[in-house]
Design a protein around this ligand. Structure first.
Ligand SMILES: [Zn+2]
Ligand SMILES: [Zn+2]
Length: 286
């Protein structure tokens, strides 16, 4: 991996330790019907019961592709909800990622000791992505049914438009653009940028992390989490409306866990992509 330019355009397949994930390349996700079916039922399941929460902590949520896919499916397909938007909001997503941000921040903030695993091992997922696992399991009649017999094919077409996800990304890009992981960002020269902004993949690639960097990342994650708490509340009947800093929090959280490929794609003007040296022009689907 040494010297290789890593970024969202270049999927990483390093299997150093347990880092077997592949970062989402810059481009549309193009979810399959089966992925949408699995994610839709994941959203409607008891994702936050105690044992599921422990599993999701250990695996650091889902793989990068399914982390973004999970947010996209919820944001695109959720029709009616509380809060000013009344739907098309990442509600389940923010609840799960509040928990995971806490988990990683606590792990990184821990003191090094002989009795416990090294603090930066919290960046290494233990266990597979649940959606990848379910997709690979033999099909059982009944389990392939869409949630509540919904027409999963139509939902897949709707999810893949990315209309609402794009709106979120564009509305908040002025805030998150300077907070992108420098190693995910094709506009940042390799090895430069603030290491405290690195996503979990690029941080894990730099282990062992100096204590100062671990603490800087932990406090950044706690700060994102605090803003996301207000965002979650704003999506309930009793929460106060929130502003742009809160609205951008879930994108920063998912960017940390899954890399920045999708928001960079959605917020990049295809005209501008031509101007960046070495970058490939991207074409957006309609
Ligand atoms: Zn997966
Ligand atoms: Zn990164």
């Amino acid at each position: 991996m040494a010297g290789a330019r890593s970024g969202p355009g270049i999927p990483e397949t390093s299997d150093r330790d347990r880092l077997t994930g592949v970062l989402v390349p810059v481009g549309p996700l193009e979810l399959s019907v089966e992925e949408v079916r699995q994610l839709w039922s994941f959203i409607h399941g008891d994702i936050m019961d105690g044992s599921m929460r422990r599993l999701l902590r250990a695996s650091l949520g889902l793989c990068p592709r399914h982390t973004w896919a999970y947010a996209v499916v919820e944001v695109e397909l959720w029709q009616a909800g509380a809060g000013s938007r009344g739907g098309h909001q990442p509600f389940d997503v923010t609840i799960l990622y509040e928990d995971l941000l806490d988990h990683v921040a606590d792990g990184l903030g821990r003191k090094t000791s002989l009795l416990h695993r090294h603090p930066d091992e919290v960046l290494l997922p233990v266990g597979p992505c649940r959606i990848c696992q379910d997709m690979a399991s033999p099909s059982l009649p009944g389990l392939r049914m869409g949630y509540a017999n919904s027409n999963t094919e139509a939902l897949t077409v709707e999810a893949n438009t990315l209309v609402h996800t794009t709106t979120w990304c564009l509305e908040t890009v002025g805030l998150w653009r300077d907070r992108v992981c420098p190693a995910c960002d094709p506009g940042t020269a390799a090895g430069t940028g603030d290491p405290a902004l690195l996503c979990r993949f690029h941080l894990a690639g730099r282990r062992p992390l100096p204590e100062q960097l671990r603490h800087a990342v932990a406090s950044r994650l706690r700060e994102v989490r605090a803003r996301m708490r207000h965002l979650t509340e704003s999506m309930t009947d009793y929460g106060a409306p929130v502003g742009a800093e809160e609205n951008t929090s879930w994108i920063e959280a998912i960017g940390f866990f899954a890399g920045w490929g999708l928001p960079l794609y959605l917020a990049t003007d295809p005209e501008e992509a031509w101007l960046e040296p070495g970058s490939q022009p991207t074409e957006k689907g309609d």
